[in-house]
Design a protein around this ligand. Structure first.
Ligand SMILES: [Ca+2]
Ligand SMILES: [Ca+2]
Ligand SMILES: [Ca+2]
Ligand SMILES: [Ca+2]
Length: 619
């Protein structure tokens, strides 16, 4: 479903259900909070051509081309971008928190400044153009207001920034390409820089529904080069423009035991590629490779694919088409793996013969699917929140699993929402329903007055273990009802939606027709779960990667101020035994995990005033 239709349906929905639930923008970016800021660039001046399409995997713009890092590079906020990945401008800073200067008057927010570029050998006759694509709002929850704007500045020889282009805020539009000619001699020098920036404002602080606004803009496909004209709007490039990162039908994660029993056979692999050229072109040797815990288990070449001029190709390949013996999906999955596994998918192609390889950056996709003991239908990145605000309001989320099993608990990602977490403590009743037709039916489990917990980090869902295990059929509903009438908000993934999955009830059940709430049911054998306390007050941030880990884990500690002295690291296994203990002298450490048994570990890092815990899965 496209976004316009989403919005239309949503307005309809809000109209009907008034104020018991509402969608809202997020006041922070957990992905950035979790990520260590990159080191600043050591490059002097860079040469033309300058090309950037944000198709890499980093959340910050590349230090090979950019001087600052307030924009969020991502694959989830752009609506139909020219190529995969966009830079999102909003009201959130580089560390993932709302700008302190944010207010009801539009203020300068994110900046994206190029490194110095050497234009000293060019002049007006070289036809130097800067082109880029931009889009207001995208898949973000709110549009920039008319008084907000996206602007472009050029820096001249004297170091002055001149405004050369700007556009005022509006609702979602398709990406639009802009061409700016560089003609003035004041710009032809060694050290020329250009800068995009947005001006953003908050809504009315007294109005709960309106208080958080992000004023989203997306920017993509920036090219600065010579011998161009404004009429030459096409690019000799075929690019991935979307990745839905699915390996097993609609499941983003499947309990490993369920996968092993079912060997899901309807697996598909999606290829979404766009030809940005004015002539039709082909890609050859389109390939896919699948590894399980680092071992190759499947690969296939999909051959040559033609893409029309300025056209797109969206292909779903089923395993039957991909594997050499149809009907027999990945055959060499080791049988003895314990309770968790990681699949890694690599999709790529060779662009038609071109001597211009700068456009090859968008020809490869790579993603991981972790299978442990839970189902996931969300992609792990929240684009908005759903606030539940009226007493007795219920949210039910359908889990269409592969087999009956024992439900042990729910992982739920809750958002901080306005004063949530500081003023009133919200409570919820955790509920499990049978299905009746398409809707939630009889309630088969209810646990009352659970405190809403806010967890830190990207994938750091708060885990709610059921007091009693519940035997559930393959399809059931989980969710909650509001217990004490205080505001709380569940994170919502706008990039995935399945019809007939999410329902809301004040009086009667009605379907929520966009996105998916970030709730994951844990099934199977009982397992020990180490709860991770809130760390909002910690003086430092912790990044642990890769996770799950195979051979070596890297731990990085970052802080707004100086790193606290006297820091210690300790690692525990699930039995609570300490297996590693160190004093930390450096912000970066690597630890070999080769001798560890498969399973879940807890990393604890503490200084005098703060302690941070992080779960680590060894596979
Ligand atoms: Ca892109
Ligand atoms: Ca930002
Ligand atoms: Ca390409
Ligand atoms: Ca998402």
């Amino acid at each position: 479903m496209n976004k316009q239709l989403y919005i239309y349906l949503l307005l309809l929905l809000i109209g009907i259900q008034v104020s018991a639930q509402q969608f809202h923008s997020l006041k922070e970016n957990r992905h950035l909070q979790q990520t260590t800021e990159r080191k600043s660039s050591t490059l002097d001046t860079i040469q033309l051509p300058f090309f950037e399409d944000f198709s890499g995997n980093d959340v910050y713009p590349s230090s090979q081309r950019w001087a600052n890092q307030e924009v969020y590079v991502n694959r989830s906020f752009g609506s139909n971008p020219p190529s995969i990945g966009v830079a999102t401008f909003d009201i959130i800073d580089a560390k993932g928190d709302m700008y302190l200067t944010a207010g009801t008057v539009s203020e300068l927010a994110d900046k994206l400044t190029s490194l110095p570029i050497d234009l000293s050998s060019y002049n007006a006759s070289d036809s130097v153009y800067l082109s880029f694509f931009y889009q207001p709002q995208g898949l973000g929850w709110d549009m920039p207001d008319k008084s907000d704007s996206l602007v472009l500045h050029f820096q001249n020889k004297d170091g002055e920034w001149n405004s050369v282009w700007n556009v005022e805020g509006s609702a979602l539009q398709p990406f639009k390409q802009v061409f700016i000619a560089i003609l003035d001699t004041q710009y032809f020098y060694k050290g020329f820089r250009f800068m995009f920036a947005n001006y953003a404002s908050l809504g009315n602080p007294d109005n709960q529904e309106d208080a958080i606004k992000n004023d989203f803009w997306n920017l993509d496909y920036i090219l600065l080069d010579t011998n161009r004209t404004a009429a030459d709007t096409t690019h000799k490039d075929i690019a991935f423009f979307e990745s839905n990162e699915l390996l097993f039908s609609k499941y983003r994660a499947i309990p490993w035991k369920h996968y092993k029993l079912s060997k899901l056979s309807k697996d598909t692999m999606n290829y979404h590629i766009r030809n940005l050229d004015k002539t039709s072109n082909a890609v050859d040797d389109m390939k896919y490779e699948l590894t399980l815990n680092g071992n190759p288990i499947d690969n296939f070449s999909l051959g040559t694919i033609n893409v029309n001029a300025s056209g797109v190709v969206t292909k779903d390949f089923s395993y039957q088409q991909m594997v050499s013996s149809p009907g027999n999906p990945p055959s060499n999955i080791p049988a003895s793996l314990a309770d968790s596994s990681t699949f890694e998918v690599l999709q790529y192609y060779n662009e038609y013969s071109s001597d211009d390889n700068r456009f090859n950056v968008n020809d490869t996709l790579k993603f991981q699917i972790n299978c442990f003991n839970y189902y996931a239908f969300d992609d792990g990145s929240a684009e908005l929140g759903l606030a539940l605000i009226e007493n007795g309001t219920e949210l039910a989320y359908k889990i269409e699993g592969l087999q009956a099993d024992t439900l042990r608990g729910l992982s739920i990602l809750f958002n901080r929402y306005k004063d949530f977490g500081t003023a009133d403590e919200a409570m919820f009743n955790l509920c499990v329903w049978n299905k009746a037709g398409d809707l939630p039916g009889e309630m088969i489990y209810k646990e009352e007055n659970i405190k809403v917990e806010y967890a830190w980090g990207v994938d750091n869902f708060a885990y709610f273990k059921l007091k009693e295990a519940v035997y559930v059929p393959d399809t059931f509903f989980v969710g909650f009802e509001t217990a004490n009438g205080k505001f709380y908000s569940v994170a919502y993934d706008i990039n995935n939606h399945y019809e007939g999955q999410t329902y809301f009830r004040k009086n009667n059940w009605s379907e929520i027709t966009i996105g998916t709430p970030m709730i994951r049911p844990h099934l199977g054998d009982d397992f020990i779960y180490i709860s991770v306390p809130e760390i909002e007050t910690a003086q430092f941030r912790l990044k642990v990667f890769p996770n799950p880990v195979k051979e070596k884990v890297h731990i990085n500690i970052a802080s707004d101020k100086e790193l606290p002295s006297n820091m210690h690291l300790e690692i525990f296994n699930l039995q609570g035994q300490s297996i590693e203990k160190r004093t930390l002298y450096d912000a970066n450490i690597s630890i070999s995990t080769q001798s560890w048994k498969q399973g879940v570990y807890l990393i604890k890092i503490n200084s005098e005033n703060s302690t941070i815990y992080r779960k680590l899965i060894k596979i």
